[in-house]
Design a protein around this ligand. Sequence first.
Ligand SMILES: NC(=O)c1ccc[n+]([C@@H]2O[C@H](COP(=O)([O-])OP(=O)(O)OC[C@H]3O[C@@H](n4cnc5c(N)ncnc54)[C@H](O)[C@@H]3O)[C@@H](O)[C@H]2O)c1
Length: 241
Amino acid sequence: MSSTPVRAGLIGAGFIGGVHAHAIRSAGGILTRVADSSPEQAAQAAHRHGALAPAESALALIASDDVDVVHICTPNATHAELAELAIAHGKAVVCEKPLATSVGDAERLVSLARDASVVNAVPFVYRYYPTVREARSRIAKGEAGRLWLLHGSYLQDWLAGQGETNWRLDPLHGGGSRAFGDIGVHWCDLMEFVTGHRIIRLMARLSNAYAERVTSDGLHAAGTEDGAMVVFETDKGRLAP
Ligand SMILES: NC(=O)c1ccc[n+]([C@@H]2O[C@H](COP(=O)([O-])OP(=O)(O)OC[C@H]3O[C@@H](n4cnc5c(N)ncnc54)[C@H](O)[C@@H]3O)[C@@H](O)[C@H]2O)c1
């Protein structure tokens, strides 16, 4: 039995956008449109990723008749607005983490997607690792015994140098939290997915390696945290130091 391939549009053709383009094809979909920061960049990216055509803008892509699902791979602070527009057009959404940079925006998106009966998914990539599936399955079957303490860390040396720069360092693009909001979300999703526990309460302290960051135009106060320490409790009453 043959089915019609899903027609996907990609907004943001940077590092992870390339991974999505590959994944769309691997899953049997068609990459119909690509939008990026300018029509010129979109044209180059459409060619690079073998899309059928570029889109003039993110909005034009969302409105295109040949796009069934919108992949959002732009900087974090743009996610909520783009996802909301796609939902308003009745399109399915695959949005990179984090879904939004505020709880209010994330809750609104969940309810908009529910009301419109469209998929609004965040592709937390670690869920698909075989070791993760195995651990989840053993825990679900009770083979791992009683979980009474949950702990872990996610260490990354990217952006560890004072002179390294990226849009993630600017709260206007990366959102108000970096170590936790951009990277820690992976750890939280992974723990919840593997254990079946949900985080219900937490205490956190944020810290910075440098008070200031060196950029091409001088020294700037660090806009977001370089590290986060979190203590939490789950819905099944377990603690995490
Ligand atoms: N799941 C993962 O493992 C993973 C890994 C890396 C990045 N990400 C997420 O993917 C997103 C993109 O990260 P990246 O590392 O690919 O960044 P990137 O800087 O490599 O790419 C971002 C792209 O978006 C384009 N862009 C920026 N603003 C835009 C706009 N308003 N409209 C259209 N295009 C726009 C840029 O020109 C660029 O091509 C982020 O939200 C990040 O958190 C997820």
